[in-house]
Design a protein around this ligand. Sequence first.
Ligand code: DAT
Ligand code: MG
Length: 141
Amino acid sequence: MSDVQRTLVLVKPDGVARGHVGEVLRRIEAKGYTLVALELREADEALLAEHYAEHAGKPFVQPLIDFMRSGPVVAAVVEGQRVIEGFRSLAGTTDPTTAAPGTIRGDLARDWGRKVIENVVHGSDSPESAAREIALWFPAL
Ligand code: DAT
Ligand code: MG
């Protein structure tokens, strides 16, 4: 059964600053997913607070928002069969120290001992999150 989805991918400020935008997009395209929208932008506090609303109240949320405001991010909408799950698999697990080699986080991120985990990419974690996040970052879509 066809289950073509869209997901929101962010290359976070660490990924942009370290020159990994091309590598992340290369992996998405190599896998066979399609880019629907792509933008380099600086996210403001309000957008990020909404984006990370599920983490409101957790001790790392303000460091996370500050990190996400530390430089430009690349926001993308990516489309494909089961892409929500598929991009999470390409990204690897949250902690870059233990993320599997071969994944974006496993290959390109590491623990720097900072206040928040810096792990190069974000990917929506469910169809509900994807719809909410795409509407937030790309209201025109
Ligand atoms: P993911 O990005 O894998 O979906 P998440 O939604 O649980 O992970 O958390 C969002 C981001 O916040 C994550 O990419 C890195 C950071 N983070 C998560 N848990 C953390 C923690 N315990 N301490 C510091 N940063 C954390
Ligand atoms: Mg998440």
